[in-house]
Design a binder for this molecule. Structure first.
Ligand code: RB5
Length: 143
């Protein structure tokens, strides 16, 4: 697996730190694009650098977290090469990979437990893209 890219705003900071511990325990490398404290901040300031790094193939996949997951997903998906999927259940994460070839996993930090986040990350990491008809569909996404 390549280096994982991480980012969050203040509302996702605590879960991002948990994800870092999880990756450390598995020996998986990551690059943290911030934020670096629970102080209030603006999620686009961290989402855009992560999106650019995924598009540049510097990191893959990405994991992004804000309070609801919506603002950070909206920002990431402005980038043509990004398919960011908001997941609050492991089955969503699995389909985000198998059907959508999602390259950034987005989670709602204020709405899921550490245990649920771990299940979601595992499902995202362990599911391959199916290709075929799904490739045809994702090819039609960019504007
Ligand atoms: C921050 O309060 C919150 O608005 C943000 O984390 C996110 O949920 C926005 O979509």
């Amino acid at each position: 697996m390549k280096t994982i890219g991480l980012c969050s705003d203040h509302a996702g900071f605590e879960l991002k730190e948990f994800i870092k511990q999880l990756l450390d325990s598995k020996g998986i490398a990551y690059k943290d694009f911030g934020t670096s404290s629970p102080d209030s901040c603006d999620y686009p300031d961290y989402a855009h650098p992560l999106a650019k790094a995924v598009e540049a193939n510097e990191v893959y996949p990405g994991i992004a977290i804000c309070g609801t997951g919506n603002g950070i997903a909206m920002t990431l998906n402005k980038h043509q090469g990004i398919r960011a999927a908001l997941c609050w259940h492991e089955e969503l994460a699995s389909f985000a990979r198998s059907h959508n070839d999602a390259n950034i996993l987005v989670m709602p930090g204020r709405f899921i437990s550490h245990e649920k986040a771990e299940q979601i990350v595992e499902a995202f990491f362990n599911t391959d893209f199916e290709g075929g008809r799904h490739q045809r569909r994702i090819d039609k996404i960019p504007l």
